[in-house]
Design a protein around this ligand. Structure first.
Ligand code: NAD
Ligand code: MG
Length: 372
């Protein structure tokens, strides 16, 4: 397989599942954590590797790479070349952020199986994947896929944990620190998605992701604090089914990698059914999560996802660098969506249009936040 973003949270879990299933790794890519990448290369023996930044080439374990005849790529173009030159049919995109979009499009162009953790690809450009089958690696969308049946669907539901700041007094919220916002109660994940969970941006992303994956616009979300119920489907016959499991990404990853083995293997612990008595659903409160007010607008005009994603990336990184307060992330997104409202009916027919708008939104958000 090809695995993009192997040193991240999804990437490392993917390598664990690949080892458990005995699946060979042809190509691996990583960003800045070259120490871990060297370990992965020595352990998994890929034939091709790519790093994000050519400046880091001297940090690679060249004696191992040369003695095993491993081909090296670097940079954004290098990543696309590595995908194109790989034989494997299965490609897992576990990159974080907008940087994952061009590789997703390349995987599609090569006709490979796209196992997608990089939800930002769908948020920014879901319509470019309209006729292409995607295997989702996101617990809620895996849950929806698992529940999907040949019955008429009335409505989809996904759940949210509420993130790291769900119990913080409202008055303190806007000045929460990065360290506080990074303490997720249920999941161990990368930094960006952990902050996206605290702002509820992640659930807006997942609403759009569900929309593009399942073609249904009647979708809602609730807070379920244990992250035990991930998704529900309401059918027109009046039944509702729910997907319940421990919060462990190895389950969706296993199905994306090898459905036949996943069906017959226990990779995650059994779920204690007695826990169900302690679960409750609560609505998502816009006072705590101001971006949630965008949910219906985004479902009506899903191309606004580009604006949501780009303004969020600018503000989130400024927050992690302690240059803006936590409250400014949501404020920046709401202002940017309002400013770019007219694009909601634009065609944005190709990647050039999307790139141009993405840059425009980043420039607007940077200036609105008074960032250098
Ligand atoms: P992460 O930050 O832990 O890992 C990201 C990986 O991408 C790393 O290998 C990093 O080196 C690489 N990378 C980052 N920027 C890059 C760039 N510009 N060029 C090349 N490589 C780059 O992130 P994660 O938590 O594993 O999340 C990955 C994706 O999966 C995100 O889109 C996230 O929303 C989604 N996702 C994650 C989880 C989870 O449990 N972590 C669950 C559902 C969905
Ligand atoms: Mg999710």
């Amino acid at each position: 397989m090809i695995l993009l973003g192997s040193t991240g949270s999804i990437g490392t879990n993917t390598l664990k599942v690949a080892s458990a299933f005995g699946l060979p790794i042809e190509s691996l890519s990583a960003g800045k954590n070259i120490a871990l990448f060297n370990e992965q290369i020595r352990h998994h023996h890929p034939r091709k590797i790519c790093i994000a930044d050519s400046e880091d080439l001297p940090k690679l374990d060249m004696s191992f790479i040369k003695s095993h005849n491993i081909q090296i790529f670097s940079g954004e173009e290098g990543l696309l070349e590595m995908i194109e030159s790989s034989q494997s049919h299965l490609a897992i995109n576990a990159l974080v952020g907008y940087a994952g979009l061009a590789p997703s499009l390349k995987i599609k162009q090569c006709g490979k199986k796209l196992a997608l953790a990089n939800k930002e690809s769908l948020v920014s450009a879901g319509w470019l994947f309209a006729d292409y089958p995607i295997t989702p690696i996101d617990s809620e969308h895996f849950g929806l896929w698992y529940l999907h049946a040949a019955r008429k669907i009335h409505k989809l539901y996904i759940t949210a944990s509420g993130g790291a700041l769900r119990d913080m007094p409202l008055a303190d919220l806007s000045s929460a620190t990065p360290a506080q916002a990074l303490k997720h109660p249920n999941w161990s994940m990368g930094q960006k998605i952990t902050i996206d969970s605290a702002t509820m941006v992640n659930k807006l992303f997942e609403i759009l992701e569900a929309y593009w994956l399942f073609g249904i616009s009647d979708i809602d979300a609730f807070i379920e604090e244990h992250s035990a119920i991930h998704a529900l489907i309401e059918f027109v016959d009046g039944s509702i089914t729910a997907h319940i499991s421990h919060a462990d990404m190895q389950l969706p990853i296993a199905y994306a990698l090898d459905e036949q083995q996943a069906k017959h293997t226990r990779l995650i612990p059994r779920f204690d059914i007695a826990t169900l008595a302690t679960l409750r659903f609560s609505p998502i409160d816009v006072r705590r999560y101001p971006v949630w007010e965008l949910k219906n607008t985004l479902l009506a005009y899903p191309k606004l996802g580009i604006v949501l994603n780009a303004s969020n990336e600018v503000a989130l990184h400024a927050f992690l660098d302690s240059r803006i307060s936590f409250g400014k992330i949501s404020a920046c997104i709401l202002r940017s969506v309002q400013y770019f409202e007219s694009i909601k009916t634009h065609a944005l027919a190709d990647i050039q249009d999307i790139k141009a708008l993405d840059s425009e939104v980043r420039a607007f958000s940077t200036s609105w936040l008074n960032l250098p």
